[in-house]
Unconditional design. Structure first.
Length: 221
C-alpha cells in the first residue's frame, strides 16, 4: 500500500505529514509543530543532479512556502514582497489559512519551460518574502521532467545513486515507483529522510514522469 512507504507532501499545504513507513517514520502535524529549516538555493542545486541522472530534462519546478502570521494583511505583504506579476511560464498563488487557531500564509509557485531553469532565483525571492512576513518560514522544492525510459526502479536508483542517498525506503507497482532516502548532498529536513524520487509511466504515450524533491514530494504521483 502506497501510504506505508510514501513520505507524503503537505496536506492542504498546511499539514506537513510524514506517513508511517516500514521503518516507522513519525507523523508530523501542523507547521507550528514541525519547522522545516530554510535551506539556501545553492544547497538544493544537487536536486538537478538527481534528475539529470535519470535522463529526464527539467521541465517544471514547484516551490511551496509557508509560515505562521500574527498580523492582518499578511497576504498583501507577501504579494508586495514578491513583486511583479509572475512571468511567462509561471503561476503563483498566495493565501492565508487558519489551522488550530493559528494563521498561515502559503505560497505555491510553479515554474515551467524556460522559467524552470531559473528556479533558484525564484526560491531566494520566496524565502526573502516569507522571512519579512512570517514566523519560522519553511519551503519545499520539487523538480519534474520526463523521459522515455520505463525502467522505474532503475530510474529511482540512478537518481538516488547520484546523490549517494542511504536509508532508502522503496515502494513500487507496475506503473509507478517512489523511494525516499537520506543524503548529505542536501540539507537535512524534518523527517528521517531528506530526498524523495518518484516516477510514473504512461504506457499509452511511452512517457515516464520523474520527480525529485526536498524534503519530500508535494503531490500524489
Amino acid at each position: 500500500m502506497r501510504s506505508l512507504v510514501l513520505i507524503a507532501g503537505i496536506v492542504s499545504v498546511l499539514l506537513y505529514t510524514a506517513v508511517v513507513s516500514q521503518r516507522g517514520l513519525p507523523a508530523f502535524a501542523a507547521p507550528h509543530e514541525t519547522v522545516v529549516q530554510t535551506p539556501s538555493a545553492e544547497g538544493l542545486k544537487p536536486l538537478e543532479t538527481g534528475l539529470a541522472a535519470t535522463g529526464a530534462k527539467l521541465e517544471e519546478v514547484k516551490l511551496t512556502g509557508w509560515g505562521e502570521v500574527r498580523e492582518p494583511g499578511a497576504r498583501d505583504r507577501v504579494v508586495a514582497a514578491l513583486g511583479a506579476r509572475p512571468a511567462e511560464g509561471e503561476s503563483r498563488t498566495v493565501s492565508v489559512r487558519e489551522q488550530d487557531g493559528h494563521q498561515y500564509v502559503t505560497v505555491q509557485w510553479t515554474l515551467t519551460r524556460k522559467a524552470a531553469s531559473h528556479w533558484a532565483v525564484s526560491l531566494r525571492a520566496l524565502q526573502k518574502a516569507l522571512e519579512q512576513t512570517a514566523h519560522a518560514p519553511s519551503v519545499s522544492v520539487q523538480l519534474g521532467g520526463t523521459t522515455a525510459d520505463d525502467h522505474l526502479t532503475d530510474l529511482t536508483d540512478r537518481a538516488l545513486g547520484a546523490l549517494r542517498a542511504t536509508d532508502r525506503q522503496p515502494w513500487s507497482d507496475p506503473r509507478a515507483a517512489s523511494v525516499a532516502g537520506r543524503t548529505t548532498h542536501l540539507p537535512p529536513g524534518p523527517f528521517g529522510v531528506n530526498v524523495q524520487v518518484a516516477v510514473r509511466t504512461d504506457p499509452a504515450s511511452g512517457i515516464t514522469r520523474v520527480w525529485v524533491a526536498w524534503p519530500a514530494l508535494m503531490q500524489e504521483y
